[in-house]
Design a protein around this ligand. Structure first.
Ligand code: E4P
Length: 215
C-alpha cells in the first residue's frame, strides 16, 4: 500500500515528502479553503514537489461544468488527477476524462456498488471514506475489503484509496484489507513514527554511548 497525504498545506507536504514515503497528494475543497494562496498556484507548487498523483477536486455539480474545470486543472501539470464526486453527473465527466487520458479520483464513495460503477465509468481511483462511515456506526474497513474483493474477482485495475483516515490503526487495517493507497492527514502520518520502545531504545543507546565516552 502506498501513502498519499490528505492536505493542501505545502509545509506538511514538503515535510512528508522529505521522509521519502510519499507517492501522492489528495486535496478537497474543505482542505483548500484553509489555505490563503490561490488554488491553482498551490496545485502548481505541489505538482512541482510530488511527481505522482495530485488530486484536485472540481466544484461544479453538472457534468459540463466538471469537464470544463477538470480540463483546466489537468493543464496545470501532467500528474494532476481530477477529483469528481460520486454522482450521475460525476460519472458522465469521468467517462469523458477517461477518453481524454485525464486521470480521475471518484470521491465520497460509501458503498461497493458506487465503487464498481465509478470503476466501470473509467475512474483511475475510487476513494471510500472510512472515518465518515465509522462515524455513523458502519464498518468502513469492511467496505474496503468488499471493494478490493470485487475488483480482484473482476480484474478491475482502478486503485482503491482508503480516505477519511482518522488514526494509525486505519492504516494497518486498510493495507491488510487490500487498499492500494491510504490518503492520510499529516497528524496521522506523524503518529505512525511513534512507539514508546523506539524512544526508549534511542535514549538507552545514547546513554550507553555517553558512558563509553567518559571511560
Ligand atoms: C479524501 O480524498 C478526502 O479528502 C478526505 O480523506 C476526507 O476526510 P475527512 O472525512 O477527514 O474530511
Amino acid at each position: 500500500m502506498k501513502f498519499f497525504i490528505d492536505t493542501a498545506n505545502i509545509d506538511e507536504i514538503r515535510e512528508a515528502h522529505s521522509w521519502g514515503i510519499l507517492s501522492g497528494v489528495t486535496t478537497n475543497p474543505s482542505l483548500v479553503a484553509k489555505e490563503t494562496i490561490p488554488f491553482h498556484d498551490r496545485l502548481r507548487e505541489i505538482t512541482e514537489l510530488v511527481s505522482d498523483s495530485v488530486s484536485a477536486e472540481v466544484i461544479a455539480l453538472d457534468a459540463e461544468g466538471m469537464i470544463e474545470e477538470g480540463r483546466e486543472l489537468a493543464k496545470i501539470a501532467p500528474n494532476i488527477t481530477v477529483k469528481v464526486p460520486m454522482t450521475p453527473e460525476g460519472l458522465k465527466a469521468v467517462a469523458v476524462f477517461a477518453k481524454e487520458g485525464i486521470k480521475t479520483n471518484v470521491t465520497l464513495i460509501f458503498s461497493a456498488n458506487q465503487a464498481l460503477m465509478a470503476a466501470r465509468a473509467g475512474a483511475s481511483y475510487v476513494s471510500p471514506f472510512l472515518g465518515r462511515l465509522d462515524d455513523i456506526g458502519q464498518d468502513g474497513l469492511e467496505l474496503i475489503e468488499t471493494i478490493a474483493d470485487i475488483f480482484a474477482i473482476h480484474g478491475i485495475e482502478t486503485e482503491i484509496i482508503a480516505a477519511s483516515i482518522r488514526h494509525p490503526q486505519h492504516i494497518t487495517a486498510s493495507a491488510l484489507k487490500g487498499a492500494h493507497i491510504a490518503t492520510t492527514p499529516f497528524k496521522v502520518l506523524e503518529q505512525l513514527f511513534k512507539h514508546p520502545l523506539t524512544d526508549k531504545g534511542i535514549e538507552g543507546f545514547l546513554a550507553d554511548w555517553e558512558k563509553r565516552k567518559a571511560k
